[in-house]
Design a protein around this ligand. Structure first.
Ligand SMILES: Nc1ncnc2c1ncn2[C@@H]1O[C@H](COP(=O)(O)OP(=O)(O)OP(=O)(O)O)[C@@H](O)[C@H]1O
Ligand SMILES: [Mg+2]
Length: 267
């Protein structure tokens, strides 16, 4: 096993990563500061990025950091549904049994959000992940659903997170009213070229490695060129590199290893 070969207690390049161990690159920190801002001001937040750049992971950390006495995070990711199913899903997430008609579910949802904020003093934090898959009908309903007191207050935080095409969807004329209501947005880029070495070393360190400087400079350049700094792609490629190096008994990983390892994972 490559973990044994490199003195690792486990493979640190997987999705099972505690939020306390996340790598805090400059992009990640900027996103965190914008999330802190929406936490204090409420309203609608738009988070976009390419696949695997770290959106859901950053939101997981954001939710963990919220005081449960003041915020109620609700995470929703089943976005390939009809408007009715979407309403049902949101109501269940907010802890109630949905009614049957759209009009009553609409009222039920608004009441749930309004009373959570005003009566219980708990701000609902509704996270809609994979929002690039929402239909225009659902997107349009969102702005109506989150219109409170004749569009004069925001008793909620709504986070729309999705891959880059979501930005294009929101550019469409039909989605202008929703786009105009977005209070804060951020496009996550992932890791920067100069952060890649630190990222890999920090992951190796958490897994107990004594030697963490495994990749040569040119290997790191290749890793970045292939993955564009998206942590999921980095994780997959680094894992493949470690396996290849172990099979070939190599302790220093150069660009040839990256090339061969990438061939192994290319579909
Ligand atoms: N800050 C970070 N520190 C360490 N690892 C990270 C970080 N961000 C992301 N990762 C790793 O990258 C993987 C992919 O991240 P994530 O699932 O959050 O991407 P995503 O942007 O939500 O992708 P998708 O658009 O496909 O849903 C995570 O499972 C995790 O292993
Ligand atoms: Mg995701």
């Amino acid at each position: 096993m490559f973990t044994q070969f490199f003195g690792l207690k486990y493979n640190p390049f997987t999705k099972e990563i505690p939020v306390s161990e996340l790598f805090q690159g400059s992009d990640f920190l900027e996103l965190e500061s914008r999330l802190k801002y929406i936490q204090s001001t409420r309203g609608i937040f738009l988070l976009t990025a390419e696949a695997g750049a770290g959106k859901t992971t950053a939101l997981r950390r954001f939710c963990k950091g919220l005081n449960p006495g003041l915020f109620k995070p609700c995470y929703y990711s089943l976005t390939t549904v009809t408007v009715m199913d979407f309403y049902r899903g949101l109501i269940m997430m907010l802890g109630e049994e949905p009614t049957y008609k759209k009009v009553t579910m609409f009222e039920q949802l608004q009441k749930l959000i309004y009373s959570s904020y005003h009566d219980q003093r708990v701000t609902p934090v509704i996270i809609i992940d994979e929002a690039q898959c929402l239909s225009n009908k659902v997107l349009d309903d969102l702005r109506i659903l989150f219109n409170f007191s004749m569009d004069s207050e925001n008793p909620f935080i709504l986070i729309l997170a999705g891959q880059t095409p979501l930005r294009n969807r929101l550019q469409m004329g039909v989605n202008t009213p929703l786009r105009q209501r977005i209070n804060v947005k951020y496009h996550l880029q992932g890791l920067k070229k100069e952060e890649l070495r630190d990222y890999i070393q920090s992951r190796l360190k958490y897994a107990g490695a004594m030697e963490t400087n495994l990749f040569s400079d040119s290997a790191l350049v290749s890793l970045f060129t292939i993955t564009k700094g998206a942590p999921r792609q980095v994780n997959n490629l680094v894992t493949s590199c470690l396996m290849y190096a172990c099979a070939n008994q190599m302790r220093l990983l150069d660009e040839e290893v990256v090339y061969q390892a990438n061939r192994d994972i290319e579909l």
